[in-house]
Design a protein around this ligand. Structure first.
Ligand code: HEC
Length: 170
């Protein structure tokens, strides 16, 4: 085969590969919702920062359960419990108005009844997150992956998602 022909074929393949990538890349970004009109924007306020800390420990618990690293499960569960202790202080700071998260659920921060009722839910769920994470640490001592995972899932469903159901914008 002549050299110039080989170059032509090579150029053709590069063209096919790059255009394939471009078209596919474009479709992928559609499939992943990158063309969404309202992209997910990370909020930067104390309440969402605390939640991101809790979330990061929670993800690490799951990773550690899957690989059977029970020491890390216990350590990270204790971190969730510690962060859980800060929930009331962060979401209902003494002498200050509730932060923007409260308006975003469609509630009025100037309505004392609405604040009081949410505060009661938060007392219940922040206690529950501490109990649930302490329970994960306790169950992890048996070094049983399936059983530890069940205690983890119970926290997600009964505490994280349950509290989000009443306190987060849909
Ligand atoms: C007491 C109620 C409550 C509990 C319990 C709770 N959350 Fe949240 N979470 C919230 C509220 C309210 C927000 C919205 C905060 C804001 O927008 O400022 C939130 C927001 C979040 C966010 C989004 C943070 C961001 O970037 O805006 C994540 C992630 C999250 N929570 C994870 C978790 C996980 C994981 C757990 C359980 C281990 C959990 N939450 C338990 C009330 C709770």
């Amino acid at each position: 085969m002549k050299k110039v022909n080989r170059i032509c074929i090579a150029v053709f393949f590069v063209f096919v590969a790059t255009s394939g990538f471009t078209i596919h890349g474009w479709q992928c970004s559609k499939a992943f919702g990158n063309d969404d009109k309202t992209p997910f924007i990370q909020k930067s306020r104390p309440t969402s920062s605390l939640m991101r800390i809790i979330n990061s420990h929670t993800s690490k618990i799951l990773e550690a359960i899957i690989v059977g690293d029970f020491n890390t499960v216990i350590k990270k569960s204790n971190e969730v419990a510690k962060a859980g202790n800060a929930i009331m202080r962060m979401f209902f700071p003494d002498g200050k108005k509730v932060d923007q998260w409260f308006d975003e659920v469609g509630k009025d921060p100037d309505d004392p009844e609405a604040v009081k009722s949410m505060k009661e839910d938060f007392e219940k769920y922040s206690k529950a997150v501490i109990e649930a994470s302490e329970n994960i640490a306790k169950v992890a001592k048996n070094k049983d992956i399936a059983e530890t995972y069940e205690s983890f899932e119970a926290m997600l469903k009964k505490v994280c998602f349950a509290c989000h159901e009443v306190s987060r914008a849909k």
